[in-house]
Design a protein around this ligand. Structure first.
Ligand code: ADQ
Length: 529
């Protein structure tokens, strides 16, 4: 997740052969032999282990009006099961932040958030996280900005968050850290003596060594992963890239697929593709046929078919190439002039990052230019909208679309692709055109898979989708629904946590004394992570 708040507002495919061996989502990791050869030992039953979720943004409930997306609902569900703590940034910048977290209690979940200074925000969030980690992980080395003070700010904020979280932890807590903002969090916690099980999930892609090594402090960042017990990615490809990075940098050694030994610590690495709650989403889409916005949109289309794109405004989403592909389609298929409308719903994001400001201008200009050159007095081919749309209306718009155009240049997963499929009418489903570089292509290989850089081929895919016979549409849709059903967001959450909880205590080294300063146990000697 780019940022939990961004995801939850109202909210390279592998070969077919290897996919056949791994039909769905369950992480495939080699079983690790107990290092000592003794039986594995749990500190206490899973039901008594409190879950601690850490993410950059935290969906703190406000006046009972917390509108949550699927990911948040799933994580909250997991937190409720044994009681939990959700820890992260408040979303606020202040001059003098208090060192302690602000706490909000809701049922058996505690939300604990910290404010940032403007300097922290600029260096950690807008700086290193979004101008170095984000572009490198999305293979955009041309957009990487390397500023030493931003790197320092990133580690400084991670240290401060770890110090604050340390005060809230209990010995049996299981900690689940989310996303690229917090890669070094576990190593900072370990330095403070934390011996709890700690898992990490990366919501964005992880590139191969030649790309990843463009990161400043690459070795330091990679080493810091070694403090986690489990590191999860959306796809086996990302997990493999990550393990290759460790091996190439001589950080520990692979002891089989999904297992990496670093000094005396064994880390698991696995693929845990995130899912969506398809039943809820499908019902919401059916109900949204009566939604006012959906009805107005339908009326405004006349008899034209709708092609829909829904993305945060981000260079990873391939919007420039997508508009170009639509333009190629119209130019090569003049019969479709005035018979289709492409609606691109794209709320702005990260507008304080310079690369995003420039991109926002360029895409708006391109949409205008395309309409100017292709449009008619009574036909606007591209409707480009910088708005957030309620999830229910969004579901209704997906349902009335003939094509879902999801063509990121690179994406960890892409939940829009899954939402589009879940929203379709079984008897008359629309067609998903999906980038082969989205993590979702791994499961949704019955979409029309495209190379988003090849705009002419994408244009041809649009023509093919519009002319696809109903039998083929139904067949493709049914296969994709089966895949989505076998991997819901709840299953993702449970699968990751089950894997983390099964890490042997011996491999985390939980042989410890109790420290009264923090609320957890520490070893006699603080190990280096
Ligand atoms: P994102 O990059 O934000 O997430 P994505 O997976 O597509 O991308 O999720 C976007 C979510 O926001 C979807 O639920 C979508 O419905 C919603 N959304 C998008 N545009 C909207 C709009 N205009 N109005 C309302 N809602 C809108 C990051 C990674 C992804 C990964 C997710 C989850 O970049 O690769 O899939 O985290 O792990």
């Amino acid at each position: 997740m780019a940022d939990i708040a961004e995801v939850t507002q109202d909210l390279p495919p592998t070969a077919a052969a290897s996919r056949a061996e791994e039909p769905n989502t369950v992480p495939r990791m080699a079983k690790s032999p107990s290092r000592s050869g003794r039986e594995r030992r749990q500190v206490c039953p899973a039901s008594q282990q409190r879950l601690v979720v850490v993410s950059n943004r935290v969906p703190v409930p406000k006046d009972g009006s917390n509108k949550a997306g699927g990911l948040t609902v799933a994580l909250e569900g997991a937190l409720k099961q044994s009681g939990g703590l959700w820890f992260g940034w408040s979303g606020e910048t202040v001059e003098n932040p208090p060192g302690e977290a602000k706490m909000v209690q809701s049922g058996n979940i505690t939300f604990a958030v910290l404010d940032l200074t403007k300097q922290d925000y600029d260096e950690y969030y807008a700086g290193f996280a979004n101008r170095a980690l984000w572009p490198v992980c999305h293979y955009r080395l041309d957009l990487v900005q390397i500023e030493r003070h931003e790197l320092d700010g990133y580690f400084r904020v991670n240290h401060a968050f770890a110090a604050s979280l340390a005060l809230l932890l209990r010995p049996n807590d299981v900690i689940w850290v989310h996303d690229y903002h917090f890669i070094p969090l576990a190593s900072e916690l370990r330095k403070l003596g934390c011996k709890n099980r700690i898992g990490f999930f990366l919501h964005i892609p992880w590139p191969p060594p030649d790309v990843a090594s463009a990161l400043p402090a690459y070795g330091r960042l990679l080493s810091s992963f070694g403090a986690y017990d489990l590191v999860g990615f959306h796809t086996p490809q990302d997990a493999e890239n990550f393990q290759q990075c460790l091996t190439r940098e001589n950080i520990g050694s692979s002891v089989g697929p999904g297992e990496h030994q670093i000094d005396s610590h064994r880390m698991r690495i696995g693929a845990f593709p995130v899912g969506i709650d398809i039943d809820t989403f499908g019902k919401m889409a059916a109900a949204a046929e009566d939604n006012a916005l959906v009805r107005r949109t339908l009326t405004s289309l006349g008899n034209r078919d709708l092609i829909i794109g829904v993305d945060r405004l981000d260079y990873s989403k391939g919007l420039k190439q997508r508009i170009e592909a639509f333009s190629c389609f119209i130019k090569s298929n003049p019969d479709f002039r005035n018979r289709v409308t492409y609606i691109q719903i794209t709320p702005k994001s990260r507008s304080d990052v310079p690369e995003y400001q420039q991109m926002q201008r360029e895409i708006a200009e391109q949409a205008g230019w395309t309409n100017g050159s292709l449009g008619e007095v009574d036909w606007t081919p591209v409707r480009y909208v910088n708005r957030t749309v309620g999830h229910s209306a969004l579901a209704g718009l997906y349902r009335m679309s003939r094509i879902g155009l999801v063509t990121p240049l690179r994406d960890g997963m892409n939940l829009v692709a899954k939402e589009f499929v879940a929203a379709q009418r079984p008897e008359d489903p629309g067609v998903l055109i999906l980038s082969r570089f989205a993590g979702a292509a791994h499961e949704l290989d019955c979409a029309i898979l495209v190379n988003p850089y090849d705009t002419e081929a994408c244009g041809a895919a649009i023509a093919r989708a519009l002319q696809m016979p109903i039998e083929e549409r139904r067949e493709r849709w049914a296969t994709m629904m089966e895949r989505l059903r076998s991997n819901t967001v709840q299953a993702w959450c449970q699968g990751f946590l089950a894997s983390l909880r099964s890490v042997s205590v011996e491999s985390t080294g939980l042989f410890i004394e109790h420290d009264t300063r923090t609320n957890w146990s520490v070893p006699p000697e603080t190990p280096s992570p």
